[in-house]
Each structure stands twice: as structure tokens, then as C-alpha cells.
Design a binder for this molecule. Structure first.
Ligand SMILES: [Zn+2]
Length: 143
């Protein structure tokens, strides 16, 4: 197993291929990733789509790896559906559509939330804003 594969398995995002690691600072690493499928399924009416017409880059916050903050920079493809003609962005297992954090990261927040009880200690512990922390927990509880 290559170190790249090991890292991505560790992050539990096996669909992604690591293109390169960018060192932002001593504390922060950016993992540039892409998905390598030939086709994607349109969510409206399940139809295989092969035609990529656009790209967008998303930045996803993940759990810490050792002492490093990991941010996934994913170049997502936008496909055109041959059936309904609408365009859609490819989905990645482990990252829900519309979220800016991986599911593992949110599970970790929820775990800390349950264990420390007060929102404040969670936020200071993982250094994020109180509001977004609360939103993540609420979303997790609802689903
Ligand atoms: Zn469609």
C-alpha cells in the first residue's frame, strides 16, 4: 500500500485519489484530491452520465491527522445528464452534498459535544466557531 492510499483510507474516503500534498504551514496540510470514476449517476432519475462539462473546487475540513490540520481540496466534476439535461456535481462517499466538512469530522464533533456537554468547550477544543459547531450537531441529530 502506498503512503497516499494509506492516508486516504485513514481518512475513510476511499473513492478519492490523492494528487499531491501541499504544505500550507507547519500545522496545516492541503490534500489535493480527485475522484476517478468514468461516469456518475444523476440523482433526479438514475441515469449514467459520461459527459463532464465543468469543474468546481471544494475545500473540505477533515479531522486532524497526528497534529496536523487537514483540508481536502477536491476538484469535483460537473456532469451533464443525458436524460434530464440538467447538470450535477459528482458526489463523494463520506462527504454529504452541500457540506463543507467530512462526515468523520462531524461525528468527532458530535462525540465531543456529548462528552463535554457544553458547546463552548467543544468549540475551543477544536478551534471552530460556536455557531457552525452547533449547526453540525443539530444536523447530525436530525438525520
Ligand atoms: Zn437526470
Amino acid at each position: 500500500m502506498t503512503p497516499e492510499k494509506y492516508l486516504l483510507r485513514k481518512l475513510m474516503l476511499p473513492q478519492l485519489k490523492l494528487i499531491y500534498v501541499e504544505k500550507i504551514s507547519n500545522k496545516t496540510l492541503h490534500y489535493h484530491c480527485e475522484k476517478e470514476t468514468v461516469w456518475e449517476i444523476c440523482r433526479k432519475r438514475p441515469t449514467k452520465s459520461f459527459s463532464v462539462h465543468d469543474h468546481r473546487t471544494v475545500s473540505i475540513r477533515d479531522t486532524k491527522f497526528h497534529t496536523k490540520n487537514i483540508r481536502l481540496i477536491i476538484r469535483k466534476r460537473r456532469f451533464r445528464c443525458p436524460n434530464c439535461k440538467s447538470s450535477f456535481t459528482e458526489s463523494i462517499d463520506g462527504i454529504k452534498v452541500g457540506f463543507r466538512t467530512s462526515e468523520k469530522y462531524r461525528n468527532q464533533i458530535l462525540y465531543k459535544y456529548k462528552n463535554f456537554h457544553t458547546n463552548k468547550s467543544v468549540a475551543s477544543d477544536i478551534q471552530m466557531f460556536r455557531y457552525s459547531c452547533l449547526q453540525s450537531c443539530k444536523r447530525k441529530i436530525r438525520t
